[in-house]
Design a binder for this molecule. Sequence first.
Ligand SMILES: *Cc1c(COP(=O)(O)O)cnc(C)c1O
Length: 399
Amino acid sequence: MQSKISFNKPFQVGKELDYIAELIRSGNLGSDGRFTQACARLLEERFAINKVLLMPSATAALEMAALLCDLEPGDEVIMPSFTFSSTANAVIRCGAVPVFADIRPDTLNLDESLIEAAITPRTRAIVPVHYAGVGCEMDAIMRLAEARGLRVIEDAAQGVNAFYGGKALGSIGHLGAYSFHYTKNYLCGEGGALTVNAPDLMERAEIIRDKGTNRKQFLRGEVDKYTWVDVGVSCAPSEIVCAFLYAQLEAMEAITRRRREIYDLYYNHLEPLAREGWLTLPTIPDRCESNYHLFYILLPTAAARDGLMAHLQAQGIQAVFHYVPLHASPFGKRFGERRLPVTDELSARLLRLPFFNDITDDEQMDVVGQVAAFLKQAPAHMRRQPLVFAAGQPEESAP
Ligand SMILES: *Cc1c(COP(=O)(O)O)cnc(C)c1O
């Protein structure tokens, strides 16, 4: 059945085609040309990042980050299980082992208080994932990493233009990854960036990305010939893609403002249901400035989540959940059986609502209305269970 309200629709700001036409007319299709550089400078300046390297995806950026950390077989990397497979694949490809830690019940981000206990003599790095564009507790994570000599790779795939304590996500760890995938806030179909904040990694990042050659140094006149000096990959994105992306990055503030309106409308209209204990709304801590990447609700039980998702589907509303936790997925189980109570519980109760820039208020109100309609007729076993992880006790509704 064709959905009446789809879950996601890639947004276009309007100037993408103009920039691509301009590029093609100029004939300068060489990689790291005008548009790739413009994207990198914009991100470096706006987010105070030492070096931004545009990449084909956040996945590729995470893989490069793992290479830069010199991960070796048997090394351990602490990360949440509540994330996308790319976070773990990056370290596995170096032979390292992901060590999955549990998440905080309020933000669903890596629980910083559990990291220390997961550190062993083989631990090399921590990968905090900024879920939904809300920052992890980076002060605590960086303090711990510095004390133990660990690298921090921020998976900021969802965290572009979001902030923690005034600092941009992706600008805090030694390295970070951004995504411009067509489902993210600022997009170009497939795209990403590696953010390099550690000064000792900047030069090598450039070399690895350029097939292991010092071509960039040659182009800057720093060396008199360019040659193969290190391990490498070929990860410069096409200028055509960066021309598209530049139009989106220029419009970043307008896109974010619109996403905030969408977030607020859901939040405000679902709040009465949350107060009555039917569901839990997302939390944005005071120190965090969100980019409103997505909107999720937590239902009282897994059965309520599955029932609501089916109900919305039957009404032509596409709502989806994620993630099947990595530690419980077929491949993830190879890295040891683990019990992560918050991850297991909340991933089964989470539902994401349709969220894209062109969604109308009426469409959103339709979604809210159907959520309310389902919950209020739900069978008793789905109703008003105590919210195990909610901060306060749900209030009784008026008699
Ligand atoms: C989207 C996403 C990725 C992968 O991004 P790509 O650009 O598609 O490779 C990685 N990690 C997280 C948390 C994501 O949300």
